[in-house]
Write a protein that binds this ligand. Structure first.
Ligand code: IDP
Ligand code: MG
Length: 141
């Protein structure tokens, strides 16, 4: 059975552009419940660890610099089929290829500065949630 939780971050470009509220509105309107949330400024070390899976990719250094360039908003979202449905809501990595109406189509600037992160599997969602939030910071209501 597909899990009912996913992990997201509103990235520094979207925070700087003042899109936190509009993005959270889209997330709620799509039926996701926010069960944990915080603003954080990731150090380059923490951003690098979060994206360690991409360590060998040519864009890794750029990605780490961007993700530590300003505050992000991290959140845990709850919904049936959360991971897959959230990836649909955010759209393709490259905003030029993102479906109309998706968060990246609406708010992303480029393939690197693409407004939002969404976990890509149940396993990664749980790992990413544990990376950012203690059990006490995750709510049930
Ligand atoms: P995803 O965020 O859609 O899952 P991934 O391939 O996992 O995409 O890449 C992680 C992040 O790395 C992207 O969201 C984007 O910020 C950045 N990224 C991916 N591909 C490129 C690229 O070709 N150039 C610059 N940055 C990239
Ligand atoms: Mg990914």
């Amino acid at each position: 059975m597909a899990g009912n939780r996913t992990f997201t971050m509103i990235k520094p470009d979207a925070v700087r552009a003042g899109h936190i509220g509009a993005i959270l509105e889209k997330i709620n309107a799509a039926g996701f419940k926010i069960v944990a949330m915080k603003m954080e400024h990731l150090s380059p070390e923490k951003a690098g660890e979060f994206y360690a899976v991409h360590r060998e990719r040519p864009f890794y250094q750029e990605l780490v610099e961007f993700m530590s360039s300003g505050p992000i908003v991290a959140a845990v979202l709850e919904k049936e089929n959360a991971v897959e449905d959230f990836r649909k809501l955010i759209g393709a990595t490259n905003p030029a290829e993102a479906a109309p109406g998706t968060i990246r189509a609406l708010f992303a600037k480029s393939i690197g500065e693409n407004a939002i992160h969404g976990a890509d599997s149940d396993e990664n969602a749980e790992r990413e949630i544990a990376f950012h939030f203690s059990k006490l910071e995750q709510f049930s209501y």
